[in-house]
Design a protein around this ligand. Structure first.
Ligand code: FAD
Length: 401
């Protein structure tokens, strides 16, 4: 594999990390990354909570559990070595009532199985030793959970790729890939194709991953169904009411982590994100409709099955979509001193969440090999935390088999 020609499709943090890993492991290789936007990391990789997850929630033995733990270590090391800001601000997951404590204990058990360092349970009165304004009956404390800017890390990795002799081709949307006699051709959306061919290709197309894979001959499902998450920035004068990260105990039927307080690496304090269906895969303003994206999920039987099963959770999320006051109320259950804080909307994020045709959301990362092409088909949160480990896994395990 050492002097092969590699193409990576998608310049988010995963595509960039794979390109970097190839150049690290095979310095003689030719690596070209194609990105459809005018810069790298313009989608999920720069529209997220910026949390370096420690690995609390994930099913022990699964890819998420393994790659999140390894990824968190690699992100910390990368930031240290490359002078990128990293703040180990810590996180509490808070139960507000006895009914939530059983679920909190299950997360604690998982975090122990995943060997998350230094996690412990706090009794109600101990929560304020960590977060002085937070209330709850019991909490899980992860002092090693950290925050970063994944957008900044992605840009740093892009610089490193260029320094190591890799190519980054911006503004080129790949429509599909074809493989013949072990050589892969990259086709663009304007009916053009790249002048050379490649020995191996890795697709890391985030919100478009199902389309690019299916157009290139891979299986149709799971499909990506986009869920947006709105954030609000809280009034500067109140930001010190929260020291780090405060999360609810997640609803086991709705695989998103719930509205949380997130300290940002630039010092801002945000609340969010909620999770609701997005009327466009890349529609950050929330004001426009992308009819082709809407058509795709409305004609997917999995979406209707998911909707039927998740109506109560969807209604709860809708309350926070329709009203800023409801949104703040939801968060203030954890920090009552912020009940009437003024907030301003921040950019949304849109999750690339894979959904099976039976309506189940795919929980683990999905990385599939199709001939000499490897597709990342599902890399939701903690996909940014795990990115450097996902890259190691793809280059050293998936591609080499
Ligand atoms: C609201 C929200 C909060 C999150 N919070 C966290 C968190 O706190 N911690 C964490 O670890 N993770 C978090 N995540 C998840 C994390 O952001 C993603 O897992 C990660 O960014 C995925 O990176 P990616 O490179 O796979 O995808 P992306 O960043 O979406 O990149 C995909 C790239 O592919 C390009 N592309 C797509 N199609 C084509 C094509 N046909 N041709 C060329 N280029 C193409 C796109 O333009 C894009 O640049 C969050 C996600 C969201 C949405």
């Amino acid at each position: 594999m050492s002097n092969n020609h590699y193409a990576i499709i998608g310049g988010g943090i995963n595509g960039l990390s794979v390109a970097r890993q190839l150049l690290l492991d095979f310095p003689e290789a030719q690596v070209t990354l194609f990105e459809k936007e005018t810069d790298v990391a313009m989608h999920q990789s720069s529209h997220n909570s910026g949390v370096v997850h420690a690995g609390l929630y994930y099913e022990p033995g699964g890819l998420k559990a393994r790659l999140c733990r390894r990824g968190a270590e690699l992100v910390q090391q990368y930031c240290l070595e490359n002078n990128v800001a990293y703040d180990e601000c810590g996180k509490v997951v808070v139960a507000l009532a006895k009914e939530e404590e059983g679920r909190l204990d299950l997360i604690y058990q998982k975090s122990l199985a995943n060997k998350v360092p230094d996690v412990r349970i706090l009794r109600g009165e101990e929560i304020q030793d960590v977060e002085p304004n937070c209330i709850g009956t019991r909490a899980l404390y992860s002092p090693r959970t950290a925050i970063v800017s994944y957008g900044d890390i992605a840009k740093k990795i892009a610089e490193e790729i260029l320094q190591k002799g890799g190519k980054i081709v911006l503004g080129r949307k790949v429509s599909n890939l074809t493989e013949q006699n072990n050589k892969i051709t990259v086709h663009f959306d304007d009916n053009d194709h790249y002048s050379g061919t490649f020995d191996r290709v890795v697709t890391c197309a985030g919100l478009q991953s199902d389309r690019l894979a299916a157009n290139s001959g891979d299986i149709e499902t799971p499909k990506i169904v986009p869920f947006f998450g709105q954030y609000y920035v809280i009034d500067e004068n109140y930001k010190n009411h929260v020291k780090g990260l405060i999360y609810p105990v997640p609803d086991p039927n709705y695989p998103f982590l719930g509205v949380h307080f997130t300290k940002r690496i630039d010092g801002q304090m945000t609340i969010g994100p909620n999770a609701f269906i997005s009327f466009g895969r890349e529609n950050y303003s929330g004001k426009k409709f992308n009819f082709s994206d809407i058509y795709d999920f409305l004609t997917y039987k999995g979406f209707w099955k998911f909707s039927a099963k998740n109506m109560p959770a969807a209604m709860r999320e809708l309350r926070t979509v329709l009203s800023q006051t409801n949104f703040v109320e939801e968060a203030a259950k954890y920090v009552p001193s912020l009940a009437s804080v003024s907030v301003s909307p921040a950019t949304r994020g849109i999750r690339a969440q894979a959904m099976e045709s039976d309506g189940s959301l795919v929980d683990d990362f999905v990385i599939r090999k199709q001939g000499n092409i490897t597709h990342i088909r599902n890399a939701p949160s903690p996909g940014a935390t795990s990115s450097l480990a996902i890259a190691e896994y793809i280059v050293r395990e998936v591609m080499s088999h």
